[in-house]
Design a protein around this ligand. Sequence first.
Ligand code: ATP
Length: 234
Amino acid sequence: MLSIHNLKVSYGNIVAVHNISLQVRNGQIVCLIGPNGAGKTTTLRAISGLLPISGGSITLNEIDLLKKQPHQIAKAGIIPVPEGRGIFPQLTVKENLEMGAYLEDSPKRKRNNLERVFTLFPELVERLNHWGGNLSGGQQQMLAIGRALMANPKILLMDEPSMGLAPIVVERIFQAISKIRDGTTILLVEQNANLALQYADYAYVLEHGEVVLQGSAQSLLDTEDLVSAYFGGI
Ligand code: ATP
């Protein structure tokens, strides 16, 4: 289980995350929702070890992650799928996937992970030798997720996987996400609260760097007034 307790993160004088506590239980999709600037991406980046922390704790199964470098956090099984996908446009699909497996030393696991990616995203099999930069937005998102799966993650940190994609493609990506959950825990950041809550088990609503609400995704979906209060009725 990933546990965050009283997390505080600042950019210079700007306190982006005030006092966030949250838990991501194994086998669940947990989502962070909330308006622009609420601190969602900052929280994910802090978990990956990419930002200095000014207070609080982050642990994975009781192991203190604050003492670890980003590559050690990745090795421990926490793998990001960053906002904007971050694939390598001048590498082929195959090479992008190989980059994802750079910490993996078991050829057998590598093969199994590749098979998992191909089963989830047959679109990528047909385009193995295409440049990453030539893929459509939806295919690039599949590649970004596939590359992260090649690292054999225990927990995927997904930042806005629906961003800039047509509704039908978003649906496709979220169906894949719900399959990935069989075997991999997911912490998901989404602007589209309604969509995220349909797939998540548990959710935290962030505002101004704080958790203002939390509960099972179903209970938040049932509280329609509340969702419209925070998200303008989406
Ligand atoms: P979005 O959906 O817009 O990405 P978010 O909930 O992910 O929103 P963050 O990106 O974590 O929010 O930003 C939280 C706060 O930190 C905001 O006030 C933002 O302006 C500020 N912030 C984020 N990145 C930086 C940075 N590199 N330097 C200074 N301030 C930053």
